[in-house]
Ligand binder design. Sequence first.
Ligand SMILES: N[C@@H](CCC(=O)N[C@@H](CS)C(=O)NCC(=O)O)C(=O)O
Length: 212
Amino acid sequence: MAELEIIGAAQSNYVWVVRIAAAEKGVAYKFTPVRPHTPEVDAIHPFGKIPVMRHGDLELFESKAICTYIDRAFQGPALMPADPAGYALAEQWVSCVNTTIDPTCVRQYIVGYAFPGTPDGSPNRRAIDGALPNMQKQLPVLDKALAKTGHLVGDKLTLADINLFPIAFYLQRFPESKALMQEQRHLTAFIERMLARPSVKETTPPPPPKKA
Ligand SMILES: N[C@@H](CCC(=O)N[C@@H](CS)C(=O)NCC(=O)O)C(=O)O
């Protein structure tokens, strides 16, 4: 059988999701760590975003589609619940994180620090401060959803948890979000449990270089 190839920078939250999913399934893959809008990515993604995937003749973009393929094409523990309600709830949390949490917490807040686009490279305070009111509403929702079992759906790991984890992890790195996260005890306990999983340990990106 052809080797699976996962393409995209290890630091991307969505690339990390796909790599954790593959590791949870026990699927070996070739990892090609390249940034968005590079030739390897543009060959597959019409808008140059990461992750993208290749398996034999199949080329895919969109992390959820890639995870679905990995889940269904390979043996290993199921990443989605088998029952219709559980399946739909996992879909619900993946959609919610991708369409509501990621735009605020990653694209606006974290990008405001990591890729500020300001003339002097200083944090983009307009983006950061603009995200905070929404983050103050969103993070307690996630905390509450994790309170009962420690998972977003049912009582075991699903793609919903995997999809949330990298964002939650990165939020602990920046000052306002770190303070907000300290108030979310179920969410922070979730991060600690995820960090203990071999799938996360073997895919965790290196920390960013310290600024001089
Ligand atoms: N919905 C996409 C989002 C992918 C995405 O936004 N990836 C980011 C990196 S985390 C990216 O490639 N950004 C570059 C760009 O938007 O031009 C997915 O789930 O794969």
